[in-house]
Design a protein around this ligand. Structure first.
Ligand code: MG
Length: 164
């Protein structure tokens, strides 16, 4: 069986002011938090990290090459649509997702109340059973830019395998 592993990382900065038109969306879940992320797309950095991990496994560059932030058609883009496009690239190479392991790093907001729904939604978007997706949340114990509550970051690792 052909196996391919990939890693992705993304970070987005918090906007100074909350913009109700740009709610905080992580792993496809809109969180009831009064914080917005600065982004050309909807700012869902969890899905961006997962897209990059899949692209990494495929040897297909990064999300910025496929969906440039200079392209007006991606303004406010629903990141789940970008993920669906990346999954179709995997399918075209005869590869399907085996599992994904995701770590979201945020000093704020506290993600524990949302982790289960984020995991559930991520599995749904990836088209796999929930036990194929793990989603962890951590802080940086107040250290660095994430600890100063300047933004949210995410690491993702995926394993793809031949789907026949
Ligand atoms: Mg991003």
């Amino acid at each position: 069986m052909k196996l391919r592993i990939g890693h992705g990382f993304d970070v987005h900065r918090f906007a100074e002011q909350f913009d109700a038109d740009k709610p905080l969306i992580l792993a496809g879940v809109t969180l009831p938090e009064s914080r917005s992320l600065l982004a050309h797309s909807d700012g869902d950095l969890v899905l961006h990290a997962v897209c990059d991990a899949i692209l990494g496994a495929l040897g297909k560059g990064d999300i910025g090459e496929h969906f440039p932030d200079t392209d007006a058609s991606f303004a406010g883009a629903d990141s789940s649509v970008l993920l669906a496009e990346v999954l179709s690239l995997a399918k075209a190479q005869g590869l399907a997702l085996i599992n994904a392991d995701v770590t979201v790093i945020a000093q704020v907001p506290r993600l524990s109340p949302y982790k289960a729904s984020m995991r559930e939604q991520l599995a749904k978007l990836l088209g796999v059973a929930q036990d194929c997706v793990n989603l962890k949340a951590t802080t940086t114990e107040g250290l660095g830019y994430l600890g100063r509550e300047e933004g949210v970051a995410c690491h993702a690792v995926v394993l793809l395998g031949s789907d026949e």
